[in-house]
Design a protein. Structure first.
Length: 682
């Protein structure tokens, strides 16, 4: 998770040979050095044109820095950059409007020390798709950095194929278009295809009850079908989120842990088919069903029935993180001292676990467009959106997300293992597709692939008009905008594809905020009366407001090339929320030891009194609750509403009381795995 950090206001500029408080001009390729003390902000300005791309690095020699970018009006542009504590802090963003921009470098918290800053790329976004690919991959073609590859195809021929950077930092091995790379959840379409092959051969049907294959899974009173597994509507818990609640290292999990999660689940999270809840457990079970019906291990099955026949000779199922994959790329994540190689997730087979080259993914994509392995009916099933029981579309078929890009049908799936990132996009109506992958955890695979898709296949798409930008009024001035108009969009909205996740928007008086379920609040800024941009990430929200309507009916979130729709929740359906500032006595009521039989884990909740500059804590000190667990250690808890807390580990806790008002249990919610009960044992 990204750390939430406090940015210090601009104060002193401490650069050798320069006056304090002076803004310094920074040209492309020029390196400026400086020293920061606590509270300082170093400012560097540069000129950019319309639709420019920016990439640069701050070398954190002896100070951990936070980097932000502002336009001439002092408004934030793009996110803040705050990654590793030492070494290169990369910053990159798109600049829409020409003008003077200021790059600000401030120390994290109380740190002091030396740094260097360099802008390495500042140029207009290329009209030529191949040059655009080079620009978007610039950050992954740096000396000593992880790399990646892009592959584009249409009408049975390769349109573009290029690799960048390094596949192995330890040995300096270049990335190739034949390098096998962990594609993470992009693997799910292969698992769905394998299940459909088994159905084609008469070994199973999508409507089979999964308990026919796993009788150890409890009878929940409702039938979970194989189809429910493949479209993320099973109601099962997501095993990675679930076992994270136990403090387990997800790299050590096994396929047995996946099945164990399903067999220990006390009740379904939703009725099968009623709710889309992205779920790795489901696809792991689907792969195990293929093994049962074919009597082959999943890697052998895929090699003999899919990879081999399609000539995918650089593609493998990695059955465990210890399995040797010939010529593979290693995955890298920025750490406090530079790049680290943390390894792969455990128990990923079926949900992930496939290593493939971009050249092989073209062979796969072309087979989906014109099958030589499998049938057109199988592909049609994969690319048909599933309708939930309430009639709403799920946005997902079988192993593929289904939507449109500028009027052109798009079937796609991204993947993210611990460090690797991947995206494959199919455009079935024009016989085209592309894939983008990298062995760096900070690679935006979805945004890169979708942007390149729009560039390479522009002729087949509707004229480019970003809905988020189109909603903006060129004459709109946020400084003179009447904040009373925010009442039209203020309220609570439910994400269509994940109704359990809600977005709440409110006006605090000084600032405007949006907050997703179990996430910290994010400040937003208006770009028109009905569109807003988030300040901490590169994302926009555009509201739907009918003429003369008193409130918006919904909104679309535009982020990383994806569009997520949300619908307003009627006021009477919104759970009452309150600003809760519990007293020390109220917090003390939650102290105790809690046990979850489902994941065999203890949580200890304690009241902690801070020490005030060495003096003993007194009644006026502000206490807080902390949770302790064997593997997690101490975890801070922040009140959100009465009896509910958000933890520093990203999951939330809600306490249960009996009819006497005594606290008797807590429920942990980790997003895709929710309502995990911990009973109070003392």
């Amino acid at each position: 998770m990204h750390r939430i950090r406090t940015l210090f206001a601009a104060a002193l500029l401490l650069l050798p040979g320069l006056l304090s408080g002076q803004e310094v001009r920074l040209e492309v390729g020029q390196t400026r050095s400086g020293t920061l003390a606590s509270g300082d902000t170093a400012s560097f300005n540069f000129q950019a044109g319309d639709d420019f791309l920016l990439y640069g690095e701050v070398n954190q020699i002896s100070v951990d820095v936070v980097v932000t970018l502002e336009n001439a009006d002092g408004q934030r542009v793009g996110p803040s950059w705050d990654g590793p504590a030492r070494g290169a802090e990369a910053f990159s963003t798109s600049i829409a409007e020409a003008g003077l921009y200021t790059l600000k470098v401030a120390p994290f918290e109380e740190e002091t020390g030396d740094f260097e800053v360099t802008i390495l790329l500042l140029e207009a976004e290329a009209d030529d798709p191949e040059r655009l690919a080079d620009q978007l991959m610039f950050a992954y073609d740096r000396p000593g950095s992880p790399g990646g590859a892009i592959q584009v195809w249409r009408d049975g021929r390769t349109v573009f194929s290029k690799a960048y950077g390094l596949a192995d930092l330890a040995h300096g091995i270049d990335f190739q278009t034949t390098t096998a790379t962990n594609i993470g959840s992009t693997s799910k379409q292969f698992t769905a295809f394998a299940v459909l092959l088994e159905q084609e051969r008469g070994n199973l049907t999508l409507d089979d009850d999964i308990r026919d294959y796993f009788p150890e899974i409890p009878d929940f009173g409702e039938t979970i079908t194989i189809r429910n597994l493949l479209n993320h509507t099973s109601g099962l818990r997501e095993f990675l989120n679930l076992w994270a609640l136990s403090g387990a290292d997800t790299r050590t999990l096994t396929r047995d842990d996946v099945l164990r999660a399903a067999t220990r689940q006390p009740a379904l999270q939703n009725s099968p088919g009623a709710e889309f809840n992205y779920n790795n457990t489901a696809f792991s079970l689907a792969a195990q069903i293929v093994e049962k019906t074919s009597e082959q291990d999943f890697d052998d099955y895929m090699r003999e029935n899919v990879f081999g026949p399609l000539g995918m000779n650089d593609t493998y199922v990695r059955m465990t993180p210890q399995t040797i994959i010939p010529g593979r790329s290693d995955g890298y994540t920025p750490g406090s001292e530079g790049w680290t190689a943390p390894g792969d997730l455990g128990g990923a087979v079926g949900a992930g676990g496939i290593y493939a080259s971009v050249e092989d993914l073209q062979r796969w994509g072309q087979n989906l467009l014109s099958p030589t392995v499998g049938t057109p009916e199988m592909v049609e099933a994969m690319m048909t959106e599933f309708q939930l029981t309430d009639g709403e579309g799920s946005g997902y078929g079988l192993g593929l997300f289904i939507d449109e890009q500028r009027g052109l049908k798009r079937a796609h799936h991204g993947g993210a293992d611990v460090s690797h990132r991947s995206m494959i996009v199919h455009y079935p109506e024009i016989g085209a597709g592309l894939t983008a992958q990298s062995n760096a955890s900070n690679f935006n695979s979805g945004g890169t692939a979708f942007q390149l898709g729009g560039a390479f296949f522009d002729d087949a798409m509707e004229p480019e008009e970003d809905d988020a930008v189109a909603a903006d009024d060129g004459d709109f001035d946020p400084e003179t905008w009447d904040r009373a108009e925010f009442a039209v969009v203020e309220g609570t909205y439910s994400l269509d594809q994940a109704p359990q996740i809600q977005a709440r928007l409110w006006n605090s008086g000084d600032s405007l905020f949006v907050q997703l379920t179990n996430q910290p609040a994010a400040e937003i800024r208006p770009t028109s009366p009905t569109s807003f941009e988030l300040l901490i990430v590169d994302a926009r929200i555009v509201f739907e407001v009918e003429d003369d309507a008193e409130e918006a009916s919904g909104f679309t979130l535009f982020q990383n090339g994806q569009e997520v729709h949300a619908t307003r929740v009627a006021e009477e359906e919104v759970e009452a929320e309150e600003d809760w500032e519990p007293t020390a006595e109220e917090l003390a009521a939650f102290e105790g030891r809690y046990y979850s039989d489902e994941i065999e884990t203890f949580y200890t909740v304690e009241l902690q009194w801070p020490e005030d500059e060495g003096e003993e804590a007194g009644e006026e000190s502000a206490p807080r609750l902390v949770m302790r667990q064997l593997r997690m250690g101490e975890v801070s808890m922040t009140p959100t509403e009465r009896d509910a807390f958000r933890t520093a580990r990203g999951f939330s806790l809600e306490f249960e009381r009996d009819r006497h008002g005594d606290v008797i249990a807590l429920y942990a919610d980790a997003g895709r795995s929710r309502d995990v009960r911990f009973e109070r044992v003392r």
